[in-house]
Design a protein around this ligand. Structure first.
Ligand code: ZN
Length: 329
C-alpha cells in the first residue's frame, strides 16, 4: 500500500467514525429526550441572550461519576436509578460570549445524587477534602507571609484572600455563599478580623461539619431567597457555586436583593478559557453534568452580570479558575 492509499484509508475511516459517533449521539438523544424536563430556551444563550449557539456534545453521566468523581462502579449501579444509567446531557456553546452550557436537564437529579448518603460519605467528601484544608494558626501565618513553599490549594486561597483584600473595607460584612465546610469563611474571619463574616450553606452534611469545625462563623442554613431578614451585605463571595445554577437570572436577582447599595459580588468558577479546558475539550474536569450546568469565560460572566445591573471591576485567573468582581450600580 502506498502513502496516498494510506491517506485515503485514513480519511474514509475518519469519516466513517464521525458518522458512527453522530448516529450514536442521535440515538442517545432520542432515548434521553423523554427524561429531560428542564430545557433552556432553544438556541438562546442563558448568559448573554445571544442567538449564535450550537450543540457541541452529549456527555454521559457515567463519565462524571466514574471518571471525574472517581466514584466506584458498584456505587454507580446502586445509586443511579435504572432509567438514568445511560443518560447523557447535551452541552451547547455560545459564540458571542464563550459560555458552554447544558441545554437540557432533569430537575432534582443533581441534588438527588449530591444528597445521597453514600455520595456524601464517600465521593463528594473525598472530592471536597482536596479543598477543605484545616484552618490552623500556622496556615494563616503562611498565607500572609511571602513563603513560596505552599501547596496548590494554599496558593489558591492566598490568591482569593488577596483579591478580596482589594475590595473590602474595615467593618464591612461579607457573606460566603455556599461556604461548604467553612474553610474559606474561617480564613476570611482570621485574615480580616475587623469584618463580620457570615456563611450560607444549605447542604446539611456540610453545614453540620462547618458548625463543628468553626463555631465562630455566623452560619445561615437557609436558601438565598430566604435570608434577607439577616440584613444586606457589603460583599458576597461565591466560590464554585454559579456553575451549578440552572436559573442564572433568578440567582443574580436573589444576590442583588441581598447586597447593600454599591455592594460587591465576587464569583470564583472554573474558567472555560484556561489552558487545560482548551486542550481537553469536553474531557476537561469542568464538564460535570448534571452538576455543572454551565462553564464560564470571563466575558460570559461579565455579560450575564451586566444584563442584571452590575459593572465588572476586575477579573484574575489562577490555575483552572477565574475570579471576577462586580459592583451593583
Ligand atoms: Zn452567550
Amino acid at each position: 500500500m502506498n502513502i496516498s492509499s494510506n491517506k485515503i484509508t485514513f480519511l474514509v475511516y475518519n469519516k466513517l467514525r464521525k458518522w458512527v459517533d453522530f448516529q450514536r449521539d442521535k440515538l442517545r438523544q432520542q432515548k434521553n429526550i423523554a427524561l429531560f424536563d428542564e430545557l433552556r430556551t432553544a438556541g438562546i444563550c442563558p448568559a448573554c441572550k445571544g442567538a449564535s449557539v450550537y450543540h457541541i456534545s452529549d456527555i454521559p453521566y457515567s463519565e462524571t461519576f466514574l471518571n471525574k468523581w472517581n466514584g466506584s462502579v458498584g456505587d454507580f449501579y446502586s445509586i443511579v436509578p435504572t432509567e438514568y444509567l445511560d443518560i447523557s446531557f447535551p452541552y451547547a456553546f455560545c459564540q458571542e460570549c464563550f459560555l458552554s452550557f447544558q441545554s437540557a436537564t432533569i430537575s432534582g437529579f443533581a441534588a438527588r445524587i449530591e444528597n445521597n448518603p453514600i455520595i456524601n460519605e464517600k465521593v463528594l467528601l473525598a472530592y471536597e477534602q482536596q479543598t477543605q484544608v484545616d484552618v490552623t494558626p500556622e496556615l494563616i501565618k503562611n498565607l500572609q507571609s511571602s513563603n513560596d513553599n505552599l501547596s496548590t490549594i494554599e496558593n489558591h486561597y492566598r490568591w482569593l484572600l488577596g483579591e478580596l483584600g482589594k475590595i473590602i473595607i474595615p467593618g464591612c460584612s461579607i457573606l460566603d455563599l455556599g461556604c461548604n465546610r467553612g474553610t474559606f469563611a474561617e480564613l476570611m474571619r482570621n485574615v480580616y478580623p475587623e469584618c463580620a463574616v457570615w456563611g450560607c450553606e444549605i447542604n446539611t452534611t456540610y453545614a453540620t461539619a462547618c458548625k463543628n469545625r468553626y463555631p465562630k462563623i455566623n452560619l445561615i442554613e437557609e436558601p438565598l431567597s430566604e435570608i434577607k431578614k439577616h440584613g444586606a451585605f457589603d460583599v458576597i463571595f461565591c466560590s464554585d457555586v454559579i456553575e451549578h445554577i440552572w436559573d442564572l437570572d433568578g440567582f443574580i436577582k436573589c444576590i442583588k436583593n441581598n447586597l447593600k447599595p454599591s455592594g460587591k459580588i465576587m464569583f470564583v468558577t472554573p474558567n472555560l478559557m484556561c489552558a487545560s479546558a482548551i486542550k481537553n475539550g469536553v474531557n476537561w474536569w469542568g464538564y460535570m453534568p448534571p452538576h455543572h450546568t454551565q462553564l464560564f469565560s470571563s466575558s460570559a460572566l461579565s455579560m450575564l452580570l451586566k444584563r442584571n445591573g452590575f459593572n465588572m471591576l476586575r477579573t484574575t485567573v489562577f490555575g483552572d479558575e477565574l475570579a471576577s468582581v462586580f459592583e451593583l450600580y
